[in-house]
Design a binder for this molecule. Structure first.
Ligand code: FHN
Length: 461
């Protein structure tokens, strides 16, 4: 019996090398994260109060009983869900892949599953699998599709783990002392219904069958994005990891179980790593547009397109990917602010995207005035200088420059730019007086040979 779990019925597949699997991902650089689930119904408020923290954690923060939380699924009725429009928005923004929460910590599956009734088909009036049409739209637009799956935390399916959050972190609950004592005694759980099974049973009865469904029923799955390995065991991680053989080209992150299941890439969250912290591993920064992953009706604190475009360039200049989040509503709509941001990023990417896609990290580190990415070709090297702060004297200067220049132009208008290199390696690019784009104007410089240089001493981060 035990053997059945250890060796899942997975057909033998051709094994791809990591470099083969990572090829598209390393070229993509920019993807969309989608956090969507029943938490979009309370949208940050419970019992007449605004609950602190990120929206998708509301059940844990406000210690909502299982039965009460499950009642909210009745209002999860995404009648305006238009996966074609979602994928088109991602594509038009310049994104190359989407990672959606197939099941977040509240355990609610956005897909049809035989493992639990707590899913969109069985628990909502909407009654239809949400991932199938998304997979079809992704295929139509040539966008890779990945699934986020909360493999350990699950606050509704019994046996799932629950990271302990004390009640003062959510709201001023008059019973907080009693509740906190209970969660301390019960490994983070706040409702006896959560403990009707053991964690091992949860893995065998819910997580393993659901991941198998996800990797079998939706065509090519590009990414499996594990999250919060709370209470994970090696045994559980091994069972889940072995299922990945169902999708031989799949890429996974480093959150299945730490530290001995490192996956393919690291996942800095809400931050861009400093150059000194990079060790040559693949990495992807995930980030919210406002202050929450799951929809909160009153969070309008959005980052500007300027910040997000410059973040993307900062990340690309350090050799990473950017996974930028959207938290749709219970009706299946992207918040208007997110739609506007995506459109602005798309306008910029349409003109300047080649400074991002399939590029490698800057050979100079970071400049005070902007960022650099490069592409190595058979003929030589293409450098992209993305200028945030346009030089007042119209001259962009780059030191330690040793290559011969074949051409230099602005991506915005294709105009050729004059360049000169002094004997001691100072490149000067003569620019028009006004920046073509106040957010970031890209200068494309083609040079012969490989660029071997050293980081600029003033590298700010
Ligand atoms: O707890 C989650 C959180 O809700 C969100 O999904 C983020 C996204 O990376 N991951 C966890 C926190 O690290």
């Amino acid at each position: 019996m035990l053997l059945l779990f250890i060796i899942p019925a997975v057909p033998a597949q051709k094994v791809l090398t990591k470099d083969q699997r990572m090829l598209w991902w390393r070229e993509a650089r920019f993807g969309m994260f989608i956090h969507w689930g029943v938490y979009s119904v309370p949208a940050g408020s419970w019992d007449g109060r605004q609950i602190g923290g990120i929206g998708e954690w509301i059940m844990n923060r406000a210690k909502i009983p299982v039965a009460d939380y499950q009642k909210m699924a009745k209002q999860f009725n995404p009648v305006n869900y238009d996966p074609d429009a979602w994928v088109k928005m991602a594509k038009d923004a310049g994104m190359k892949y989407i990672v959606i929460t197939s099941k977040h910590h509240d355990g609610f599956a956005l897909f049809e599953t035989k493992a639990s009734k707590w899913n969109v088909v069985d628990a909502t009036e909407y009654g239809k699998d949400l991932l199938k049409p998304l997979a079809e739209a992704c295929k139509k637009y040539g966008i890779k599709l990945g699934f986020y799956y909360s493999q350990a935390q699950d606050w509704n399916n019994p046996g799932g783990s629950a990271a302990r959050k004390v009640t003062k972190e959510g709201w001023a609950n008059p019973d907080s002392v009693i509740i906190d004592a209970y969660t301390k005694e019960h490994n983070g759980h706040w409702d006896p219904a959560q403990e009707k099974k053991t964690f091992a049973q949860y893995i065998d009865n819910f997580a393993v069958p659901q991941v198998k469904e996800l990797l079998t029923n939706y065509g090519d799955v590009a990414v499996l994005w594990w999250d919060t390995p709370t209470n994970m065991t090696d045994d559980a991680a091994t069972k889940l990891q072995s299922l990945l053989a169902l999708q031989p080209a799949i890429i996974t992150n480093d959150r299945l179980k730490r530290p001995n299941f490192p996956g393919d890439h690291k996942t800095p969250e809400q931050r861009i790593p400093n150059l000194k912290d990079l060790d040559g591993s693949d990495w992807e920064t995930c980030m919210t547009m406002n202050g929450t992953w799951g929809f909160k009706s009153y969070d309008h604190n959005y980052k500007t397109p300027e910040t997000l475009i410059r973040n993307l360039l900062d990340i690309a200049s350090k050799g990473g990917n950017f996974l930028l989040n959207v938290g749709p509503t219970n009706l299946g709509e992207f918040p208007q602010e997110s739609i506007d941001i995506l459109a602005k990023m798309g306008q910029w990417m349409k003109i300047n995207g080649e400074a991002v896609y399939a590029t490698k990290a800057s050979p100079w580190g970071l400049f005070e005035w902007g960022r650099c990415t490069k592409k190595e070709t058979k003929e030589g090297t293409t450098l992209y200088f993305s200028v945030f702060e346009w030089p007042a004297d119209g001259k962009l200067e780059i030191s330690n420059f040793k290559n011969k220049i074949s051409s230099a132009k602005l991506l915005a208008d294709g105009k050729k730019l004059k360049t000169s290199v002094s004997k001691d390696g100072l490149l000067t690019i003569v620019l028009p007086s006004k920046a073509p784009d106040p957010i970031a104007s890209v200068i494309k410089v083609i040079v012969t040979g490989k660029v071997v240089t050293k980081p600029v001493p003033s590298s700010p981060k």
